[in-house]
Design a protein around this ligand. Sequence first.
Ligand SMILES: [Zn+2]
Length: 506
Amino acid sequence: MRKLYVFDTTLRDGEQSLGITLNIQEKLEISQQLVKLGVDIIEAGFPASSPGDFDAVRQIAREIKGVTICGLTRAVPKDIDTCYEAIREAEQPRIHTGLALSPIHRQHKLGVSVEQGIQMAVEAVKYAKKYVSDVEFYSEDAFRTEPEVLARVLEGVIEAGATVVNIPDTVGYATPWEYGELIEWIMKNVRNIDRVIVSVHCHNDLGMATANSLAGIKAGAAQVEGTINGIGERAGNTALEEVIMAIYTRPARFGVTPTINYREIARTSRLVAKITGVPVPAHKAIVGDNAFSHASGIHQDGVLKERTTYEIIHPETVGIPQNRIILTARSGRHALRHRLEELGFAVDNEVLNKVYEKFLRLADQKQEIFDEDLYALMGEKNGANRTQVALKSFSVSTAGPSRAMATVELETGEGAVSDAACGNGPVDAVFKAIDRLLECAVTLEDYSLKSVSKGKDAMGDATVKVRTEDGRLFVGRGLSTDVIEASAKAYLNALAKVKSQLAAVR
Ligand SMILES: [Zn+2]
C-alpha cells in the first residue's frame, strides 16, 4: 500500500471563497482540529494576499506542530519572500508556488508564451528552494493545458527541485476517465516524475471532484488536496472526508492508505461548519445529518435485522456515537463528564464546573439533553471566550404582526448599558437596540435559524452574517432555547468579532 498524503486547504482555497474574514483564533481552532484529524499538510493561507492573511499564516506556523504548514504564492519573488517570512517558524514549512500554462490563461491572464511561462515556473521553484527544501509546484488549469506543455514544465520544475507537483482541474471541467488518463499519462511521460509526489486538486463544478480525485489517485497520485465539507470557490473543492472514506470503504480499488484518525471526521466537519457559517446539507455524503439515518420502513427493518443490509459505513467509524444517552437535570457531574469524554472533549475540573452550570440551566428549560445540545454547549463555551460583550437581559413586546419594541441590556467590559428600539418584528427590534448600544456600522447580510436536537423545546441555533463598510463579512453564532435570545447572541458574537478586528488594525 502506498501512503496517501492528505493536503487540507480549507483555510486557503476554502476560506478565500467565503468572503468571510475568519479571525486568527478561529483559524487556529480549525488547524488544531485538522492535526487531530491527522492531515499531513495544512495550507494555511496566501500570505502575500493581505496583511491579515500573513499574520494568520505566521501564527499557525508558530503554534501548530506535528504537520507540514504550507503557504500559497504566485510565481513571483516578492510573493515567495512574503510566504517564507510567514511560514519560516513552522516545524515543516512548505512553499506552494506556480502559475497557469493553459492556452486560455497564457493569452488572457498572463500574456506570456509557453517558453516564458516555463521559465517563470522554473525560476519560481529555484527561488523558493533557496528558502525551504519542500517546494510544491502547481500548474493552474493543468487539465486544460496541452499535455506536452505540461510535461515540459513539470520536467523543468522537478529538475529545479520541486518535491510535489500539483495537477489542478481548476475549473472542474474534467470527467473521472479523462482526469485518470491525464495522471497516468504524466506518470508515464514525464521523465523524472518518479522523484516527486504527484498531487490531485479538483473542483466540483460538475459534481465530480471526489470522483476525479479518486481516479487520479488510482492512476498514481500520492497526494490529495481538498477541504472539509468540500467548501470552496463556486461549487466547492473536493470534500476530503469523501475521498478518505471512499478509500477506507473500498481499499482494494485504490492501493493507497492515508494516516487519518477517522473518528475525528464528524467533529472536524461540525467545527468547520460552525466557524465558517456554511451549513452542511442534511444529505451530504459522510457528514450530513441524514447520512446514516434510515427513513423507509423496509430499510429500517433491514438494518435492525442486519446492519450491513443498508449501511456501508458504521457511523462510529467517523465519530458519530451510536448509543445515545439522554441526560436530564438529575444527571450528575460524573455522568456529564463521562458523556463529554465519550464525545471526544477533554474535560478537566475547571471546564466541567463551567459546563455543568450551563448544563443544569439548560436541563431546567428542556427536559432531555441530547448529544447535539452538549456539542452546542461546548461550542458556546469556546465562542464565549472571544466575546467581550455579553447579553445580560432583554424584553420584547409586539403589537400586531410587524411592530415590535425591544429593550436590551448588555454587559460590556465597562459595566452594563441598555437601550430600546422599535423594529419590524422582534428580532429586528432586538438587533436595532444592539446597534444603538454598540454603534457598529454594519449591514446584515444573512440571518438563519435552525434547531439543534429534537422536540419543541430544542435549542435554536442562530447564524448571522454582517458586512462592514470596507466590505468584509463576519459570522456570529448564538444558541438558546429562546430563538430571539439565540438571534441576539449571534448578532452580538458577529459584532464582537468586527470590533476586535477593528481594534487589532488600530
Ligand atoms: Zn483550487
